[in-house]
Design a binder for this molecule. Structure first.
Ligand code: LLP
Length: 403
């Protein structure tokens, strides 16, 4: 049984800190990390937490404390990781369509860099030659991931250098002396099928022969976690076994070891997060009832943006008689968290908890409608600690001139 916070604990936290409220459970993150370590035991592998999922510095510090590395998608995330105490050698930066100046900045920070365009690779080669090992992000033309918005490796995707351009990459390496240490792909988020990762390994192993100084095959993130009842996630044990076998075989065949890197975001933090909201009003909604809550798509956009399903519990009345509800937000456009959802009877003032709220939830929140961003609380070793204050009016005005 996975470590979870109880309804009682969540109700108490909502009472203490107010709602809407994000709550993260540190031990659950640790547990997920331990699953990875167990599944990949014996494999030559390193894990980098994809910080974009949740960047609160206290989460980053916790990630560091359990021995995990960190993957960044902007130089600002890398700066946060440094602030959290990560050594530059444990920070990876995988950029997409960015200005070369940002890559230069990453180089100055001394972190690992994956470059995803020929033009930036050329600039990097011309400036740094062989002096700074670098990774290339390839587009493997593999369709994968939970929906098109989060599918990143297919043939029409903007990410990475298309495999078809490999000869141009090789010419560049020859011309500039680039030290290619890593080949990288990230094919999408919520990839359930282990075969997709196996295909990625195959593609990169094929290309590997061209890069004599290669040390790392970086397969990105994308492990699926269950969101809906009855759903299962990626079979991590199978993936671990496969990676171990494939990389051992590669070493046997070609006489050189390669290390596998992964960049899991959702897998580490999704299930560790709870989003608690209070029901403001009930209204009729055809066969169902609208439960209008004190949050909206400004705080958790996944259902409206991706059509994502999140389990919702009525933690104030878990034993109530089940009825159909449309759980909707308080924003000035349609913001539905759940439609026709069978939930224990909801009364005005009840607390609902939206599950799987650790990854890409607070992180994608905004000030839309000039509403305050929620507070964040971290529960660790049974103690709850505020890790972000709820916004105040000054937060809405910060940065504005002429106030
Ligand atoms: N590495 C790279 C290069 C990535 O672009 C991503 C995610 C990851 C790793 C981590 O993927 P994960 O393990 O979390 O699936 N906002 C969307 C997800 C977007 C993912 C973007 N890149 C959502 O809420 O579903």
């Amino acid at each position: 049984m996975a470590t979870e916070l109880s309804h009682e604990q969540l109700v108490a936290l909502a009472g203490e800190y107010g709602t809407p409220l994000y709550v993260y459970h540190a031990e659950r993150i640790g547990e997920q990390y331990n699953h990875l370590l167990a599944a990949f035991r014996g494999a030559n592998v390193r894990f980098f937490y994809a910080a974009k999922a949740l960047t609160n510095i206290n989460i980053l510090r916790y990630i560091k404390s359990i021995g995990c590395n960190v993957d960044c998608s902007s130089v600002n995330e890398a700066r946060l990781a440094l602030l959290a105490g990560f050594d530059p050698t444990n920070i990876l930066y995988t950029s997409n369509n960015i200005a070369f100046e940002e890559i230069e900045e990453a180089q100055r920070l001394g972190i690992h860099i994956n470059i995803d365009s020929l033009s930036n690779l050329r600039k990097f080669g011309l400036k740094f030659g062989h002096s700074y090992p670098v990774g290339i992000r390839l587009r493997p033309n593999i369709m994968a991931g939970g929906n098109l918005k989060i599918s990143t490796g297919h043939a029409d995707s903007k990410f990475g250098i298309p495999l078809e351009q490999i000869n141009e990459v090789l010419d560049l390496v020859k011309e500039t002396g680039l030290f290619i240490r890593t080949l990288h792909i990230h094919t999408g988020s919520e990839i359930k099928d282990v075969e997709v990762f196996a295909r990625g390994i195959e593609v990169l192993f094929d290309v590997a022969a061209h890069f004599p100084e290669l040390e790392v095959i970086d397969l990105g993130g994308g492990f699926k976690v269950p969101y809906e009842p009855g759903e299962t996630g990626t079979d991590i044990a199978l993936l671990g076994k496969k990676v171990k076998e494939e990389f051992e075989q590669y070493e046997k065949k070609y006489g050189r070891p390669l290390q596998a890197w992964f960049e899991p975001g959702k897998f580490l933090v999704s299930e560790a997060g709870y989003f608690i909201t209070k029901v403001n009003v009930l209204k009729p909604a055809g066969q169902a009832v609208f439960a209008g809550v004190d949050t909206g798509l400004n705080h958790l956009i996944r259902p409206m943006f991706y059509g994502s399903y999140h389990v919702i519990d009525n933690i104030s009345n878990p034993g109530g008689e089940k009825k159909f509800y449309n759980v909707v937000g308080n924003i000035c456009e349609t913001d539905t968290f759940a439609e026709n959802r069978l939930l224990p009877e909801i009364r005005e003032g009840d607390y609902l908890v939206i599950r799987n709220a650790g990854a890409y939830c607070f992180e994608m929140s905004s000030h839309y409608n000039s509403r305050f961003k929620p507070a964040e609380v971290l529960v660790k070793e049974g103690e709850a600690r505020l890790i972000r204050k709820r916004d105040e009016l000054e937060d809405l005005l910060r940065g504005q001139v002429g106030v």
